[in-house]
Design a protein around this ligand. Sequence first.
Ligand SMILES: Nc1nc2c(c(=O)[nH]1)N[C@H]1C(S)=C(S)[C@@H](COP(=O)(O)O)O[C@H]1N2
Ligand SMILES: [Mo]
Length: 209
Amino acid sequence: MPRYGLPKYVQQVPQPPEAVRLSVHGHVTFPLIVLPADLQALPRQELTRDFHCVTTWTVPGVQWAGWAFRDVWEALLAPIARPGVTHVQFRALDGYRVSVPLEELLRGGVLLADTLNGRPLGVRYGAPLRLVAPQLYGAKNIKHLTALELLTGPPRASLAGRLLIHPRGRVDLEERSSLPPQRFWRWLYAAQLPAFLRHTARLDRTGGG
Ligand SMILES: Nc1nc2c(c(=O)[nH]1)N[C@H]1C(S)=C(S)[C@@H](COP(=O)(O)O)O[C@H]1N2
Ligand SMILES: [Mo]
């Protein structure tokens, strides 16, 4: 699996943090910090699924383990959520941000993962914790999680953000961009993929990772 993402983010591999520390804020009765002990109190889950990037590459059979987002929601987030939360905006240590509808997060198989293929998640693949939502494109599977903001509607995305990734991003429906037709985006992404992969690999090599 390549270390992948928009050039802006790929070139900075964040300092490996000591431990998970997720701040939860937004539409809540009080803000919360989720620490390793909070997660360790929950049952662990494993998952093996194909991983699809919106730009048409796929890695088959990736093994993840961690905690079901649904369990984290029920145990830690729902108790502080005010009524009406529909979306979660995630933030990463490298500055990457992504929003996911709560409905997608509560499906079976969505994890906060801390291992990849049986080994602790390396810093290149999203340490200390990453979201794994295998029904959604890679762009929604945010690495290096640091904060969650609970929202009562979709956040306002930039035009570029909306063009490059669909607000929901379901793989089955090929929701690549918010601007149809999707087959145009499949063609465009596939056409530029080799050049883009070369570019991100070069940034990754020179970017301190
Ligand atoms: N923090 C962060 N998460 C991210 C990205 C990123 O640049 N930064 N890129 C996304 C994209 S577009 C993809 S395809 C996957 C790539 O995951 P990988 O680097 O483990 O292959 O991470 C997603 N999550
Ligand atoms: Mo991606």
